[in-house]
Design a protein around this ligand. Structure first.
Ligand code: EPU
Length: 436
């Protein structure tokens, strides 16, 4: 993996060609953690070569697991039978969202766990109250001490009603419930495709999980150890796919996306078509190009299957090219517009506000800058900017690709944490971009 931390981009070329979409970051790392519940080795295929996978490997290895990753073959073998420690602590100063998800597996294995509070992108407060909520509901005693959470107890099934559809809390509750005695009901569960994949993984390994008509998840605790005897193939990364789709439209090129399932990206594909994209489907791929002059669109982020918060950054760049005013209403993370200030350094003139207008009020109204006004068309001129977080990274790269002058971006590590071989993939599409 590339290690340099700065990007230099010379813009002006439309991106055209084929991109093979890599395995989903947010499935891979979750299955790596779920492996800690199994009494067998787990073999994962289509594993992306990204920083977040390395961070999760270190976290598991520090607990005593064996992780063998072959980037050339995109396969990984995780064997957590050798787990020796109950402390999920990051070994370097790099963190991600995964430590808290180890609470359930470590409690099952050791009856206790110490979990470092998760890190990851700084896109809001990202409290842990919902994680504390499901762990307490399942009978666990919890003490918070500085940067760690200490947990102790025996997992017992219960009903967990989430006030918000949290991806991490749903996943954590599932991992904690698999061996909990009796039945656990997870109400208002998040429903992202990567969660479905986690449920499929747990079911294949022998757990008892079902949905009811309200899409609440019922987990019947098992006592027989979970076991897998075949490899699991990671699904395509829908955020990576939409990132390249947006780059095609913004640069007025044409990109054929391979390795992505249409049903996972129905909502953002429609948004792209409404803005002015041409979308062509064939048996194997989805090809995105520009159809007509770009039009403004108002977009609101929400849990799946609605428009994901992880897409809005790339859409902000696409919408900045349309004549007219668009708004993006971010209702998932409370501080996810820091990157707009960086886009403004490159020639944008994005504005953010605490009101929800023109959308209905949400839980962030008058509290956080969470609505962006995009009065297009804008013209990026290059310059210097700092990458603030993972998805911001791709949006800033897109602005660089549209600029008349060179663009220098610092903190490229954010890009490499979540995108597989972005420099190679973009270069193959015609971009002039280098790390250094
Ligand atoms: N929340 C709470 N309390 C909790 C947990 C969450 O208030 O205990 C709040 C969060 O602060 C946020 C909202 O609930 O306002 C949604 O958070 P969620 O738990 O769904 O997010 P996450 O699990 O921390 C994952 C992805 C994010 C993605 C979100 C939403 C991973 C590793 N990360 O985060 O992906 O934005 O779900 O879909 O799965 C990315 O890939 O760039 C990324 C940030």
């Amino acid at each position: 993996m590339e290690t340099q931390d700065r990007l230099l981009i010379h813009g002006g070329t439309p991106l055209s060609g084929t991109v093979r979409i890599s395995g989903a970051k947010n499935e891979t790392t979750k299955l790596m953690v779920a492996s800690a519940l199994l009494d067998s080795e787990v073999v994962l295929e289509n594993v992306p070569h990204i920083g977040d996978v390395d961070i999760t490997s270190e976290l598991l290895q520090n607990l005593g697991a064996t992780v063998h990753y072959s980037p050339d073959k995109a396969t990984m073998r995780v064997d957590a039978r050798s787990l020796k420690k109950h402390e999920a602590i990051y070994v370097s100063n790099r963190g991600n969202r995964l430590s808290i998800l180890l609470a359930g597996p470590l409690l099952y294995r050791f009856g206790q766990a110490v979990v470092q509070k998760p890190g990851g992108c700084k896109i809001g407060d990202r409290p842990l109250d919902l994680h504390i909520h499901y762990l307490r509901a399942l009978g666990i005693t919890i003490e918070e001490e500085g940067n760690v959470i200490k947990l102790r107890g025996t997992l017992r099934g219960n009903t967990i009603a989430f006030p918000y559809k949290s991806v991490g809390a749903t996943e954590g509750a599932l991992l904690a419930a698999v061996y909990a005695s009796g039945e656990t009901v997870i109400k208002n569960a998040a429903n992202e495709p990567e969660i479905t994949e986690q449920i499929k993984f747990l079911q294949r390994a022998g757990s008892l999980i079902e949905y009811d008509a309200n899409q609440d998840i019922h987990v019947h605790g098992v006592s027989r150890p979970l076991h897998l005897d075949h490899p699991i193939t990671i699904i395509g990364d829908r955020v990576e796919a939409i990132s390249y789709a947006c780059a095609a439209v913004a640069s007025n090129g044409s990109i054929r996306l391979e390795g992505i399932q249409q049903h996972q990206i129905i909502t953002p594909l429609t948004a792209l078509r409404q803005i002015g994209a041409r979308i062509a489907f064939d048996g194997k791929a989805i090809t995105i190009s520009r159809d007509h002059t770009l039009k403004p669109l108002n977009v609101e982020t929400d849990p799946y299957p609605a428009f994901a918060t992880d897409y809005q950054q790339m859409f902000a760049v696409v919408l900045s090219l349309a004549s007219g005013t668009s708004y993006i209403h971010e209702t998932v993370h409370d501080n996810r517009f820091a990157y707009l200030g960086q886009l403004n350094k490159l020639g944008g003139h994005f504005e953010v506000s605490e009101t929800c207008k023109p959308f209905a009020n949400c839980r962030f109204s008058s509290l956080h800058n969470h609505t962006a006004k995009i009065a297009g068309p804008m013209q990026f001129h290059g310059g210097m900017a700092e990458i603030t977080d993972l998805r911001a990274a791709f949006a800033l790269v897109m602005a660089g690709l549209l600029s008349s002058q060179p663009t220098h971006l610092s903190e490229a590590n954010h890009l490499l944490r979540g995108y597989d071989h972005p420099i190679e993939k973009l270069t193959r599409l015609g971009a002039r971009i280098e790390l250094g």
